[in-house]
Design a protein around this ligand. Structure first.
Ligand SMILES: *[C@@H]1O[C@H](CO)[C@@H](O)[C@H](O)[C@H]1NC(C)=O
Ligand SMILES: *[C@@H]1O[C@H](CO)[C@@H](O)[C@H](O)[C@H]1NC(C)=O
Ligand SMILES: *[C@@H]1O[C@H](CO)[C@@H](O)[C@H](O)[C@H]1NC(C)=O
Ligand SMILES: *[C@@H]1O[C@H](CO)[C@@H](O)[C@H](O)[C@H]1NC(C)=O
Ligand SMILES: *[C@@H]1O[C@H](CO)[C@@H](O)[C@H](O)[C@H]1NC(C)=O
Ligand SMILES: *[C@@H]1O[C@H](CO)[C@@H](O)[C@H](O)[C@H]1NC(C)=O
Ligand SMILES: CC(=O)N[C@H]1CO[C@H](CO)[C@@H](O)[C@@H]1O
Length: 540
């Protein structure tokens, strides 16, 4: 059973403050070890290397944690039936003296739109694709396996990465049910990488992968009090990832610390002959060691851009108050704060990119399937299936997004599409984020994570979100029409570090320093936490 931590919260936070601890500790074989809700990749490697536990123990502990909370939170739709077998093999490889790197033997969950050629589904939460088979592992799955990670299972999501309905809810999929976030009962998990956010927040795996078209990593990361990296489009291959838009889709890590997210990004980034956008990775495709030489004092030499003319017009919301104190903190740590206004904050933005891309990109994905159980090959056929299959809950959850995509009347081969794309490249480029970044020579441009996604999405630029603050005890609870709490006490939100294309290395440095100076994640606790720890396994 999940433990409800309300009551012990005040007591333990006082103790933590007095004792100066920031991590909850448990014990393994009588030795102190961080709880799986706080543990880092470095901690796990140390425990595995020293023989304190094995990857089999780790998988067992994480599986039990998933079972503890999944009935309430629905964060994981499926666990990998081969996970224990894979863990045993990786334990053997380690014992034989081969170390595959920082992810060797580390369990990671991936969003249920990233395909694996194994016993698991890749459905985007839709019954249309339950039972579908792919010809190979997605490049993301291949990279994780090569790095020695254990793909522990699939996380629930807003169905079709939130590209179906005008009146569904964040984190709901027909196949996986409704994901809830753990910082307030019935909390809206945001989306669409909802289950990935919850899973990383609670330590249902070391970390997870999410996907983003506009906000789908950043938003659930901030609402679940974790770090999310939304990489430059083209840094991580989309091959055999269920698409929305080739111009905006990207896959990135969702983790509890910047360093862990950076390690995972390094493992999954890189050139893939099956995704031409990865040709644009600079330095002939060489991926930096993002997690190397991270420096908690980096703010001393950092230039932080503030885009005053696109921030929310009121300064009175909790989020904006927290934002300005974050800026002040960075300044007091030695950062130079510079004015990074957009050159043309009113440049028009086209809404035609996603629908036109989806019509084409969905067809390409479906064409790759080796088993297509309902023989669906186009958006028209998918809509037809969805509207007539009762478990898809149509019309209570409509298909408005697809209806308007089909009403557009063209796909991404039409000349009107290229006009729309140029419009967005201007608005997000010279007139917007990319222009401001280049002109000012900033290391990062900062913005509340509730505001950042769209500005970066239209030009495929990277963003890192780090926990910034959370709503205070006396916050009035706001509930949406699907019964989800969108605002209330304890609900976290984040700070975004934005940059030019392929500037992840720099953004990670700044985000890491900000994280180390604030450690906001440790200041707020979920109301529901799994209690199983590694020490419960391994016959101790
Ligand atoms: C998650 O919870 C649901 C509902 O209780 C259950 O049907 C499902 O088997 C669980 N999935 C996993 C992977 O534990
Ligand atoms: C470890 O080495 C032994 C002896 O060479 C070999 O039989 C075994 O297959 C190896 N195991 C793994 C997992 O590599
Ligand atoms: C990559 O680009 C080449 C040349 O434009 C094209 O022939 C090929 O089909 C593309 N591959 C993919 C996977 O899109
Ligand atoms: C909000 O506060 C900041 C920092 O004090 C200030 O620079 C900015 O002009 C204010 N914005 C508005 C809209 O009042
Ligand atoms: C895209 O539009 C072109 C031109 O109308 C058409 O020939 C092609 O079949 C369409 N592709 C898809 C996937 O709908
Ligand atoms: C969602 O929209 C559809 C179509 O407009 C409508 O029939 C349905 O009642 C709506 N659902 C809710 C819960 O409002
Ligand atoms: C695949 C799977 O385990 N789906 C479960 C997700 O959660 C819902 C409840 O919301 C269950 O009904 C599903 O069986």
């Amino acid at each position: 059973m999940p433990s409800v931590r309300h009551i012990i919260l005040t007591v333990s936070s006082v103790w933590l403050a007095v004792a100066g601890f920031t991590s909850a500790l448990t014990s393994v074989k009588g030795k102190p070890f961080p709880s799986l809700i706080d543990v880092t990749i470095d901690d796990l490697q140390e425990g595995l290397r020293s023989g304190l536990f094995s990857s089999v123990d780790l998988v067992n502990a994480y599986l039990a944690r998933i079972q503890e909370v999944n009935g309430t939170l629905h964060a994981v739709t499926e666990v990998n039936p081969d996970a224990l077998h894979i863990a045993r093999e990786l334990d053997g490889v380690r014992i034989n003296g081969t170390n595959l790197g920082p992810l060797h033997g580390v369990p990671i969950l991936i969003k249920n739109n990233i395909a694996t050629k194994d016993k698991m589904d890749n459905s985007a939460g839709s019954w249309a694709l339950v039972g579908a088979k792919v010809p190979a592992d997605s490049f993301m799955a291949q990279k994780l396996r090569k790095a020695g990670a254990i793909i522990l299972g699939k996380t629930n999501l807003s169905q079709w990465a939130n590209y179906r309905s005008g009146n569904s809810s964040n984190g709901w999929s027909a196949h996986g049910g409704q994901v809830l976030a753990p910082y307030y009962p019935n909390q809206d998990p945001s989306g669409s990488s909802s289950g990935s956010g919850v899973a990383s927040a609670l330590g249902l795996a070391l970390a997870s992968l999410g996907t983003e078209t506009s906000g789908s990593i950043l938003s659930p990361a901030q609402k679940n009090n974790i770090v999310g990296i939304k990489p430059t489009v083209g840094l991580t291959s989309r091959h055999l990832v269920i698409p929305i838009s080739e111009h905006q889709d990207t896959i990135g890590p969702m983790a509890r610390t910047v360093k862990d997210a950076a390690i995972i990004l390094e493992a999954i980034a890189g050139f893939d002959p099956k995704d031409n956008y990865t040709h644009s990775i600079p330095h002939c495709g060489k991926i930096p060691h993002y997690a190397a030489r991270l420096d908690a004092e980096y703010l001393k030499e950092a230039r932080i851009g503030v885009p005053y003319n696109v921030l929310p017009s009121s300064n009175t919301s909790e989020e904006m108050v927290a934002f300005w104190s974050a800026v002040e903190l960075m300044q007091s740590e030695g950062a130079t704060i510079i004015d990074a206004n957009w050159a043309d904050a009113n440049a028009p933005i086209s809404t035609a990119i996603l629908p036109a891309d989806f019509i084409s990109n969905l067809v390409s994905y479906l064409a790759e399937l080796t088993v297509n159980p309902h023989n669906i090959h186009s958006l028209e056929e998918l809509r037809e299936f969805t509207q007539s299959f009762p478990l898809e809950q149509y019309p209570d959850r409509d298909t408005a997004t697809w209806d308007s995509a089909l009403d557009l009347g063209y796909n991404n081969t039409n000349f009107r599409f290229w006009e729309a794309l140029q419009m967005n490249y201007y608005a997000g480029g010279e007139a917007g984020l990319l222009g401001a970044y280049e002109r000012t020579g900033a290391d990062a441009i900062v913005m509340p994570s509730s505001n950042s996604p769209g500005f970066a999405a239209i030009v495929g630029a990277p963003v890192v979100t780090v926990p910034m603050s959370f709503y205070p005890e006396d916050t009035e609870v706001v509930i949406n029409s699907r019964g989800l709490v969108t605002r209330g006490p304890n609900i976290p939100y984040g700070l975004s570090f934005m940059g030019g294309k392929f500037t992840e290395e720099k953004l990670i440095k700044v985000a890491y320093a900000y994280e180390q100076k604030t450690l906001v994640r440790k200041k707020v606790q979920p109301y529901i936490v799994p209690t199983t720890e590694i020490g419960d396994f391994g016959g101790f």
